[in-house]
Design a binder for this molecule. Structure first.
Ligand code: UGA
Length: 434
């Protein structure tokens, strides 16, 4: 199929590349011409394992191109996928300005029947609005499809090529069949529903996963007080197929560009129809508090933090990505500096992005190596569970430090690893480890 993806952020770029990989003819569009130029030079603007290689391969095969010119890209496409950003407004609502503008531009460029499919996460009712905008501006026929995206950063290619399910929301059986056909090489778990239900499935899924995380984090906090081990508790719960083992990893809470934005947006969507989503409000509150448990543990072990040297391992919101949006590290390093601590930090790939958005970047000492980030520290805080940290010798780490406090915000280390070194070790919900 001839496809155009509007927006070369995570969703648009990865989806476009993966659909070219399975043999479609794909154009990825972006208004940021600098980004298009870089992509055309073979530079990939995001860190996503395997993406660069797939881009090179499919460009060479002539099935993938990057462009800033909307009209020809719309004209040649049978289906156009909206993958532009929906960043949060100050009140938590999704900003739909980019979506609406793209819809207008598509309408004005149309030269015949098109499927307009929305992959961006948009509030319930947005695709109906897109239909209104487009129908006012073009005489050509078209169908609107909501096709929410469920890929995770860091495993985006595998998630796209091997999805758990594909949700197609539309009132057009013909458009549903065409989009189903496009996805059949990836999975046969394809569900067709109406547009509004598809839009809701995306928010409900992310809100549920966020709820699982806040739930296990609260269980972890209780485990610390009653002497139970949250990793065993989660494992034991996960054996129940109705619960499942995933997204029950306790830590310092979720971050990223999706869960924080989508949970707040769903609270807002409910509020707009006079429904208070009490459960989800608590999920958000618990998540915000969870990151500051690192500070509580530091104060408990070190006393006053003023003048203390604290090492930070991990700035990305999770491993295998350079994304630092809503990363717990932003709040934690901010709080450390506010209490007068000296901070030295290391991340394998996300330091440049972190420096770009963190107001107090000048006050942090940036390190290129994990041992250097631990050197002469009174305490070390592990905030992102990069594989690199798991394999380090804690004896070597401890030898570099001034005092021996390790706060493991992601429960990375086993008791054996901890016992080998002489550390005062604090993890999340595992009072017996260390
Ligand atoms: C999330 C969803 O998992 C995707 O299905 C969805 O498509 C995407 O949002 C989106 O809406 O675009 P992502 O934000 O890339 O994907 O990352 P996740 O792997 O879901 O992790 C989110 C956060 O939760 C991370 O900060 C991670 O450290 C944290 N987390 C995850 C936990 O604290 N515990 C867990 O057990 C799992």
């Amino acid at each position: 199929m001839k496809l155009t993806f509007i927006g070369t952020g995570y969703v648009g770029l990865v989806s476009g590349v993966c659909f070219s990989e399975i043999g479609n003819d794909v154009t990825c569009l972006d208004k940021d011409l600098g980004k298009i130029e870089r992509l055309n030079r073979g530079e990939v603007p995001i860190y996503e394992p395997g993406l660069q290689e797939l881009i090179a391969k499919n460009r060479e095969l002539g099935r993938l191109r990057f462009s800033g010119e909307l009209t020809p890209a719309v004209e040649r496409a049978e289906a156009i996928f909206l993958c532009v950003g929906t960043p949060p407004l100050p009140n938590g609502e999704a900003n739909l300005a980019f979506i609406e503008q793209a819809a207008q531009e598509i309408a004005l460029a149309m030269n015949g029947y098109k499927i307009i499919a929305t992959k961006s996460t948009v509030p319930v009712g947005t695709n109906d609005r897109i239909r209104d905008i487009v129908s006012k501006l073009t005489p050509h026929p078209f169908d609107v499809v909501s096709i929410p995206e469920f890929l995770r950063e860091g495993s985006a290619i595998a998630d796209t090529l091997h999805p758990d399910r594909i949700i197609i929301g539309t009132d057009s059986p013909e458009a549903a069949e065409k989009i189903a056909e496009l996805h059949r090489p990836l999975t046969d778990r394809i569900m067709v529903t109406d547009v509004r239900s598809a839009e809701m499935i995306k928010y409900a899924s992310n809100a549920f996963l966020a709820t699982k995380i806040s739930f296990i984090n609260e269980i972890a906090n209780i485990c610390e007080k009653v002497g139970a081990d949250v990793t065993d508790v989660a494992k034991g719960m996960g054996h129940d197929r109705r619960i499942g083992p995933s997204f029950l990893q306790a830590g310092i809470g979720y971050g990223g560009s999706c869960f924080p934005k989508d949970t707040n947006a769903l609270i807002q969507i409910a509020g707009n129809v006079d429904y208070e989503f009490k459960l989800l409000k608590s999920v958000v509150e618990v998540n915000q508090g969870q990151r500051f448990n690192v500070m509580t543990k530091l104060r408990h072990s070190l006393g006053e933090l003023g003048g203390k040297r604290i090492g930070v391992w991990g700035l990305a919101f999770k491993p295998d990505t350079d994304d630092v949006r809503e990363s717990p590290a932003l709040d934690i390093i901010g709080a450390l500096l506010a209490e007068g601590a000296e901070v030295q930090a290391y991340d394998p790939v996300a330091t440049a992005n972190f420096k770009a958005i963190f107001d107090q970047a000048d006050e942090v000492e940036w390190r290129d190596d994990p041992i250097e980030a631990a050197r002469d520290c009174d305490a070390l805080c592990l905030l992102t569970d990069w594989a690199e940290f798991k394999s380090l010798s804690l004896t070597e780490v401890q030898a570099a430090m001034r005092q021996n406090i390790l706060i493991d915000g992601r429960n990375v280390y086993t008791s054996e690893q901890v016992d080998e070194a002489d550390l005062r070790y604090y993890s999340v919900g595992r009072p017996h480890v260390g």
